[in-house]
Ligand binder design. Structure first.
Ligand code: HEC
Length: 102
């Protein structure tokens, strides 16, 4: 008498606990890789007004000028400026992944 009900509960428990896990599997490595890449200073500091740019958008010689212009945008828009360390980390990432840099 009670056995069919018990069996149903087991399947219900299975569904509740395991199906959501299966639903999430496989999504970890997908997503917008270009935007998620790079050090935290870059993803945060360069993603406040637009999406963080693709490092291949400029050559290594152009990035310092672009970042300097972005710093003027930060000043005129009242956003917190980059620290010296953040700027160095961002430029290190951008120039080493820039257009023409392997
Ligand atoms: C205060 C807001 C703000 C922040 C923070 C910001 N940007 Fe920008 N960005 C802009 C604006 C406004 C433009 C469009 C005008 C221009 O190009 O100067 C722009 C355009 C760009 C462009 C496209 C134009 C070009 O020269 O290729 C790139 C690339 C770029 N930003 C990179 C960056 C990087 C790298 C950072 C982090 C250091 C950053 N931005 C942080 C406001 C911002």
């Amino acid at each position: 008498m009670t056995r069919p009900l018990f069996a149903h509960l087991r399947w219900a428990a299975f569904a509740v606990f395991f199906v959501p896990l299966l639903g999430c599997s496989g999504t970890e490595s997908s997503g917008p890789a270009a935007v998620a890449d790079g050090p935290l200073a870059f993803r945060k500091g360069c993603g406040r007004c637009h999406l963080p740019p693709n490092p291949k958008a400029h050559g290594a010689d152009e990035w310092p000028g672009v970042v300097a212009r972005m710093q003027t945008h930060m000043a005129t828009q009242g956003k917190a400026p980059l620290t010296v360390e953040q700027r160095a980390e961002i430029l290190e990432y951008l120039t080493s992944h820039a257009l023409g840099a392997s």
